[in-house]
Write a protein that binds this ligand. Structure first.
Ligand SMILES: CC(C)(COP(=O)(O)OP(=O)(O)OC[C@H]1O[C@@H](n2cnc3c(N)ncnc32)[C@H](O)[C@@H]1OP(=O)(O)O)[C@@H](O)C(=O)NCCC(=O)NCCS
Length: 197
């Protein structure tokens, strides 16, 4: 996948060894459109694929970029050395009295997966959630047919807490929804943010 050029790197809000999290901005939209038009990526994200024109994507993202959606914090994931965006992540629904947040992440280009970026970015997101947002529990769901995601989440500090059995269809077959969470009190602050290159 040949990524469009032109995305501008904003200030680095939190950085690890190889990746940093930056604010989202509209210069990322052409790149996000490429990622959003990959059926496998969308299926792994747990969504139903349909072709996504740039205009529709911009309309969907407008309330997020403008800050209209309360309790939603989105970030772009950048390779620090190359100053290149490789993905997106978000923490959401954290403005409740219970101080929990749901987490989601995508490393957009399949060629950038399996290199440790997702694990490191996930750890940065957990640090942000616990340190900056004062969240106590970060949780997520994924598919049992997505072992790379489960492995990355475990390495970052999540653990499986249960399953909704045979509740997700992927590739024409039923799979479990895997629920995972990480508590602020269990997070290993001293663990490295990534395996060394
Ligand atoms: C899930 C995702 C964010 C993980 O990020 P990543 O950068 O690829 O993950 P990492 O490289 O940090 O870690 C992946 C781990 O899974 C392992 N893995 C990869 N494929 C695997 C497989 N089929 N079975 C078991 N483990 C696998 C890798 O070896 C690595 O573990 P290791 O470091 O112990 O060797 C990324 O792959 C992605 O965006 N995928 C597409 C969209 C998606 O699935 N989003 C999440 C929806 S919940």
């Amino acid at each position: 996948m040949e990524a469009p050029v032109g995305a501008q790197m904003g200030p680095i809000l939190i950085e690890g060894q190889r990746v940093g999290l930056c604010p989202l901005d509209r210069s990322l939209m052409p790149l996000i459109m490429w990622w959003a038009n990959d059926p496998l990526t969308i299926e792994l994200d747990g969504d139903e694929f349909s072709p996504m024109p740039l205009e529709r994507l911009e309309a969907l993202w407008a309330p997020l970029l403008s800050g209209e959606r309360a309790g939603w914090a989105g970030f772009s994931i950048w390779l620090l050395a190359e100053k290149r965006p490789v993905g997106l992540l978000n923490l959401r629904d954290f403005l409740t009295p219970h101080r929990t947040a749901e987490f989601g992440i995508t490393i957009g280009n399949p060629e950038d997966r399996g290199r440790g970026y997702g694990t490191e970015a996930t750890r940065l997101a957990l640090r942000w959630a616990f340190d900056m947002l004062g969240v106590h529990n970060v949780w997520l769901d994924t598919s049992s047919a997505n072992p790379a995601a489960i492995r990355a989440y475990e390495k970052a500090g999540f653990r499986e807490i249960g399953r909704v059995r045979e509740a997700r269809v992927m590739g024409g077959r039923r799979h479990d929804i895997v629920l995972m969470d990480c508590l602020a009190s269990e997070f290993r602050w001293d663990a490295p943010d990534a395996r060394l290159p």
